[in-house]
Ligand binder design. Structure first.
Ligand code: FES
Length: 79
């Protein structure tokens, strides 16, 4: 797996809606962070689907190095 691009050294706090699915960008190349916009094509990265079970604010990983994708686990502070 190639190294992802660091989109942002910190999370993206965003509201999600119960029953909806979200596709988190794992490659870091999307222009619509933290979500996939198809820019991963031609790389060995693929988006990670998140199914929201409840409506709440999530902290989506921005550095793309989280050990618990799609969520921030603080890994950005070690980059
Ligand atoms: S654009 Fe990054 S995973 Fe799709």
């Amino acid at each position: 797996m190639s190294e992802p691009i660091i989109a942002q050294r910190g999370p993206y706090p965003l509201p999600v809606e119960a029953g909806k699915s979200y596709y988190w960008c794992s490659c870091g190349g999307s222009k619509n962070q933290p979500f996939c916009d198809g820019s991963h094509q031609g790389t060995d990265h693929t988006p990670v689907k998140y199914d929201a079970m409840e409506s709440k604010t999530l902290y989506f990983c921005g550095c793309k190095h989280s050990g618990n994708p799609v969520l921030c686990d603080g890994s950005h502070s070690a980059l």
